[in-house]
Write a protein that binds this ligand. Structure first.
Ligand code: SIN
Ligand code: FE2
Length: 226
C-alpha cells in the first residue's frame, strides 16, 4: 500500500471547517500533526472499551533486552501486541501473560485511529496493533524509533488521555535536537511518510490528578505491524 504525500500547496486540512470550530491542528513535521482534542468526542465510547480490553489483558511492566524494567506499564489489543523481554522486542499474536490471543481491537479504537490518520492526510490507515501505555507520575519513555513493524508505509497514531505529558519529537538520529510538544487529554499525534522513523519519547510525567482518569496518563499507539 502506498500513501501519497500531501501537496503542501493545494492540500488544505481545514478547508471545510467553520472558522469558530476550526480544530486546532499543529504541524510538527512535514507529515506530522498534533490534532488537539481530537479524541474528546469519542471518550464515552472509548473508555468502556478500554476497560474491557484491560480486564482481558491487564497492564504489566516489561523488561527491556538490556535488563531494565520499563517505568511505563503496557498492554495491547488487535491482532498483534508489542512486547519486550530479555530476548528482544517483538510483536506477538498472544499475550505472553495469559497465553490467550490479545483482545480484539474495539471498533471504536479502530474508527478513531482511522479518522485521526485521515485528518493528517493518511487516507488508508489499517491498524492491526494498538499498544496501550500507562504512565504514573515519574514514568517516562526514552527516545526511540518505532521500527519493529514490517513496513513503514503506514503512519503512527498516538492518543493521549489523562495527565499531561511533554512529548519529545526528534530527528532521524538519537542525537538530533528534539521539539518539546505539550500533550493534553484528548490530543492525538500522527506521524508518518517522510517522518515515520523520527525519534520520539516522553519526559517524566508530573504529579497530578486528572478529573476523569486520576493519577495516570494513558496512551494508545496504533500501528500497522504486519
Ligand atoms: C510510544 O512511543 O510508544 C508512546 C508515546 C507516548 O506515550 O506518547
Ligand atoms: Fe514509539
Amino acid at each position: 500500500m502506498r500513501y501519497e504525500p500531501m501537496n503542501p500547496i493545494t492540500f488544505d486540512l481545514f478547508a471545510d471547517a467553520e472558522p469558530e470550530q476550526q480544530p486546532r491542528h499543529e504541524q510538527i513535521g512535514e507529515q506530522s500533526y498534533v490534532l488537539r482534542g481530537f479524541a474528546l468526542p469519542w471518550l464515552d465510547r472509548l473508555l468502556p472499551a478500554l476497560e474491557a480490553v484491560l480486564t482481558a489483558a491487564p497492564f504489566r511492566q516489561m523488561v527491556t533486552p538490556g535488563g531494565f524494567t520499563m517505568s511505563v506499564a503496557l498492554s495491547s489489543c488487535g491482532t498483534w501486541g508489542w512486547t519486550t523481554d530479555r530476548n528482544g522486542y517483538q510483536y506477538t499474536r498472544n499475550d505472553p501473560q495469559t497465553g490467550a490471543p490479545w483482545p480484539e481491537m474495539p471498533e471504536v479504537f479502530f474508527e478513531l485511529a482511522q479518522a485521526a490518520a485521515r485528518e493528517a492526510g493518511f487516507m488508508a490507515f489499517v491498524p492491526d496493533s494498538c499498544l496501550i501505555n500507562r504512565y504514573v507520575p515519574g514514568a517516562r519513555m526514552s527516545l526511540h524509533q518505532d521500527k519493529n513493524e514490517n513496513a513503514y508505509t503506514a503512519p503512527i497514531v498516538s492518543v493521549s488521555l489523562g495527565l499531561p505529558a511533554t512529548f519529545l519529537f526528534g530527528g532521524f538520529e538519537r542525537s538530533a535536537k528534539s521539539q518539546r510538544v505539550p500533550l493534553f487529554h484528548g490530543d492525538i499525534v500522527v506521524w508518518g511518510g517522510v517522518d515515520r522513523l523520527r525519534y520520539h519519547g516522553v519526559l517524566p510525567i508530573k504529579e497530578g490528578q486528572h478529573p476523569r482518569l486520576g493519577e495516570q496518563r494513558i496512551n494508545f499507539t496504533f500501528r500497522t505491524a504486519r
